[in-house]
Design a protein around this ligand. Structure first.
Ligand SMILES: NC(=O)c1ccc[n+]([C@@H]2O[C@H](COP(=O)([O-])OP(=O)(O)OC[C@H]3O[C@@H](n4cnc5c(N)ncnc54)[C@H](OP(=O)(O)O)[C@@H]3O)[C@@H](O)[C@H]2O)c1
Length: 240
């Protein structure tokens, strides 16, 4: 059996990934989010609020004797409060770093601890963003969390190589996707986010990818782990 642990499996990209993976009868998915929207005999949902680190610390990964492949997909993420620095709420800063960077780091730690000695194929796939590489006004914390996630992923791959534990790590920017996150971005105002019109135009011009199409591309990276030589990569790197 192939086992997938997917955060943010209730909506958007995480839900599309889960639904596609469940089409293969050799796959079992453990999903994590505050709400659940999938019922399937090969799906187990853990209701959790990632803003609560107390709850996150209790997450343990099961012993999986028949595992051929174990995959952690750190997908849950929030854009956070879209405002310039100076106008941010401190609690919202904490929540965004927690959900986007601290939780994936903690889950990766637990995943490595649990599975490093198993012979199964092992993959940690972090959903990053183009924002990890671009300074976008109004998104300071979001950009910082994704840049941090990219570097965390690079170090984890380095350590896996040194320790010969055979874990493949990817930090993938998924492109722009038609999800609730984009709705939130479009509902901001230009005072807090000078690029707002660009994002309104993306939607109007049909430039947003569907979650399903993006999930298909992400699954190619899972099934062909050598598709990207670089840990930090993008679905836009796919040429065919
Ligand atoms: N959409 C884009 O254009 C875009 C572009 C680049 C990168 N990304 C990245 O892609 C990933 C998925 O984004 P998306 O667009 O699919 O977003 P989305 O539709 O807003 O879905 C976010 C998912 O994260 C979960 N989540 C959010 N806060 C949570 C919390 N406190 N505790 C537990 N789960 C929580 C949500 O579940 P509940 O609400 O049920 O808890 C939901 O399942 C994110 O990492 C995002 O940064 C998206």
């Amino acid at each position: 059996m192939n086992y997938y642990f997917i955060t943010g499996s209730s909506k958007g990209l995480g839900k599309a990934l889960t639904e596609l993976l469940l089409q293969n009868e050799n796959n079992f998915v453990f999903g994590y989010a505050r709400s659940s929207s999938i019922t399937h005999h090969r799906y187990y949902h853990k209701h959790i609020d990632f803003a609560s680190l107390e709850a996150v610390q209790k997450i343990k990964f099961p012993e999986l004797k028949d595992a051929k492949k174990v995959v952690l997909i750190n997908n849950a993420g929030i854009v956070g409060e879209i405002k310039h620095v100076g106008n941010l709420s401190n609690q919202k800063i904490v929540d965004c770093y927690t959900i986007n960077l601290i939780v994936p780091s903690m889950l990766s730690n637990e995943f490595v601890k649990t599975y490093q000695k198993t012979n199964a194929e092992k993959l940690v796939l972090n959903i990053s963003s183009g924002a990890s590489q671009s300074a976008i006004d109004g998104w300071s914390v979001y950009c910082a969390t994704k840049a941090g996630l990219d570097m965390f992923s690079r170090v984890l791959q380095e350590e896996s190589n040194i320790n010969k534990i055979n874990i493949k790590v990817l930090s993938i920017a998924p492109g722009i996707i038609d999800t609730e996150m984009q709705q939130q971005i479009r509902s901001t105002d230009s005072q807090n986010f000078s690029n707002i019109n660009r994002f309104v135009e993306y939607k109007k011009n049909g430039d947003l990818a569907s979650a399903e199409d993006t999930a298909k591309k992400i699954i190619r990276f899972i099934n062909e782990p050598n598709l990207s030589k670089n840990v930090v990569c993008s679905v836009r790197d796919l040429t065919k």
